[in-house]
Design a protein around this ligand. Structure first.
Ligand code: GRF
Length: 198
């Protein structure tokens, strides 16, 4: 069975949704690594009996040095797949190349719209009538730009604010992420060809 590690930095509701379905995913949870020492996600992992590792960056630590420590940790955990769930760091290209095609992220917008920070705020300010969430591969290049694996659409209502929209999208995130992971771990190609950049 392939093994995956979940990288987190905060609340961990997507981690919770993944752990709730862990017996059906066709892969083993190797561990959870947090870039924030007191992230609530760590407690979730511990309560589920999953190895929870605190790996906060040292003050002034360079990205490549942190990523080298992260790679060493993942090697210890014998990780095949890296699953980002609210991990608030950008990974260096060398890290991404080491796990090429085996790093997955969830982003709460319909990519390629609204990558990066505050996607719900961006969606509301733009006046879009639909938003949603995207599970995608993490690949070298711009943030949130890797190949799209699957998406869910959510309506944006008059009077929505960031919190109400985020809550509506989150319900879909919790359904979508485990479903995509199950397909990926089963070896099904949910990945289309990389679109040509014109
Ligand atoms: C989610 O909205 C996820 O899409 C984004 O960060 C948030 C993490 O929430 N990448 P949680 O920690 O999974 O509750």
């Amino acid at each position: 069975m392939p093994r995956f590690t979940v990288l987190v930095s905060g609340r961990g509701s997507n981690l919770g949704a993944i752990l709730a379905q862990r017996d059906t995913l066709g892969a083993e949870v190797a561990g959870v690594v947090s870039s924030v020492d007191d992230a609530p996600a760590l407690l979730l992992a511990e309560r589920a009996g999953v190895q929870a590792i605190r790996l906060a960056p040292a003050r002034g630590e360079k990205r490549v040095d942190y990523d080298a420590r992260l790679l060493a940790t993942l090697a210890t955990l014998k990780t095949d797949w890296v699953v980002l769930a609210g991990f608030m760091r950008i990974l260096s290209d060398s890290f991404v190349e080491r796990y090429a095609g085996r790093i997955v992220n969830i982003h709460p917008s319909l990519l390629p719209a609204f990558p990066g920070m505050h996607p719900h705020r961006q969606a509301i300010e733009c006046g879009v009538r639909f938003s949603g969430c995207t599970v995608h591969l993490v690949e070298p290049g711009n943030v949130d730009s890797g190949r799209i694996l699957d998406q869910r659409v959510v309506p944006v209502y008059d009077g929505d604010n960031e919190d109400t929209l985020a809550a509506r999208v989150l319900v879909q995130e919790h359904q979508l992420y485990p479903a995509v992971l199950r397909r990926l771990f089963a070896g099904h190609s949910v990945i289309g060809p990389r679109p040509e950049v014109r």
